[in-house]
Design a protein around this ligand. Structure first.
Ligand code: FE2
Length: 302
C-alpha cells in the first residue's frame, strides 16, 4: 500500500469503528496475567478518624453512604479495591438508622467495633452485629443498619460492585418505607461469628464460611498462632485480607511486607505470590473472587 494513503486509510477505519488487528496500540493477549491492580493497604485508625470527622457534616439521611471506599491507587481507578471487589469502611453513629435498600451486587460486612444493640435488618430479620461477626447480604436482599447504642459502630463492607458494574447488570432500589421493619429475630445463616466458626483450639486452621451463599465472593477465617506462616502461590485469584484479632503481616515476593492491625485491610491482586505471617496469635479474614473465577474456569496457579 502506498505510504500516502495510510493516514487517510486508518482515519477511515476509525470513523467506521474498526481497529486494525495488525497495528494495535497494545496486545489483547499475553503469556501470563499482568495485573493492573497493585498490592495496597488501608488503615482502620485513619479511616475511623476520618469517618468521625465526616459524622460532623454528613447527615443521617446519607448514613448508608457515609463510608470510605478503599480505592486501589492505580491510574484511572476511582472505585475498586481489587479487580472484582470493593471494600469500604462504614460507620453508623449512636442512635442512627441507615435506610434499607437492595442491589444486585452481593455484599457482606466484617464488624470491627460495635456495642450490643447494633444490628442489620436483612429481609426483615434482625441480625445483631458484634466485633468479628461476618454479616451477609446476598444479591437483592433488603438491608438496613441500626445503632441503638451510645457509641459509634464501625465495620468493613465488601461488595462485588466492580464486577457487577463491569457486567452492566446493576440494579438498585431504595426501600419504599425507608428503614425496613423487623419481622423476625433469632439465629440467622447470614451471621457468622468468627470465633464460633473456628471453634476452640489454638492450632493453625482455615475455615471456609458462607460457602455458596455469594456466587462471586469466597470467604475464609484463618487462625494463625504466633509465628505461623501461610503461603499463597501465584494464582489468578484476587485476595483481600483483614485482621479480626492479633497481628499479622503480609509478605510479598518483592520482599516488601505490611503489618496489619485489627481492622486494617490489604489487597493482594492476582499473580502475586505472598505469605501471611502471624506476628502474634491472629485471626485473619480472607475475601476472594475465587467462586466467580471458578464458575468460568479461570482459577489457575503458576
Ligand atoms: Fe447496600
Amino acid at each position: 500500500m502506498n505510504q500516502d494513503i495510510r493516514a487517510p486509510y486508518y482515519g477511515e477505519l476509525g470513523r467506521l469503528s474498526f481497529s486494525p488487528g495488525w497495528a494495535r496500540p497494545e496486545p489483547a493477549m499475553w503469556p501470563a496475567p499482568r495485573p493492573k491492580f497493585k498490592p495496597a493497604v488501608w488503615r482502620f485508625a485513619a479511616a475511623r478518624a476520618a469517618l468521625d470527622q465526616a459524622g460532623e457534616f454528613v447527615p443521617v439521611e446519607q448514613a448508608e453512604r457515609r463510608n470510605l471506599i478503599m480505592v486501589n491507587p492505580i491510574e484511572g481507578n476511582v472505585y475498586a479495591s481489587s479487580r472484582n471487589i470493593v471494600a469500604a469502611y462504614q460507620m453508623v453513629k449512636a442512635g442512627e438508622k441507615a435506610r434499607s435498600h437492595r442491589h444486585t451486587a452481593a455484599a457482606l460486612r466484617l464488624v470491627v467495633d460495635a456495642k450490643p444493640g447494633t444490628y442489620t435488618v436483612v429481609d426483615g430479620a434482625r441480625i445483631d452485629m458484634a466485633p468479628g461477626d461476618v454479616v451477609l447480604t446476598p444479591s437483592w436482599c433488603w438491608h438496613g443498619h441500626a445503632n441503638e447504642t451510645d457509641a459509634t459502630s464501625y465495620w468493613i463492607d465488601f461488595l462485588d460492585v466492580p464486577f457487577v458494574q463491569h457486567s452492566e447488570a446493576m440494579f438498585f432500589e431504595p426501600n419504599p418505607v425507608g428503614f425496613e421493619p423487623i419481622t423476625s429475630t433469632g439465629p440467622s445463616p447470614y451471621r457468622i461469628p468468627a470465633r464460633e466458626a473456628l471453634g476452640s483450639g489454638r492450632d493453625a486452621k482455615t475455615v471456609e464460611i458462607a460457602k455458596d451463599a455469594l456466587p462471586t465472593i469466597g470467604l475464609s477465617l484463618m487462625r494463625l498462632p504466633s509465628g505461623a506462616r501461610h503461603d499463597v502461590a501465584k494464582t489468578t485469584v484476587n485476595h483481600l485480607y483483614s485482621v479480626i484479632s492479633g497481628k499479622a503481616r503480609v509478605a510479598l515476593e518483592s520482599g516488601t511486607s505490611e503489618s496489619l492491625a485489627v481492622g486494617d485491610v490489604m489487597t493482594v491482586p492476582c499473580w502475586h505470590a505472598h505469605s501471611l505471617i502471624a506476628d502474634d496469635d491472629a485471626i485473619v479474614f480472607r475475601v476472594t473472587d475465587e467462586p466467580l473465577l471458578a464458575k468460568v474456569g479461570l482459577v489457575k496457579s503458576a
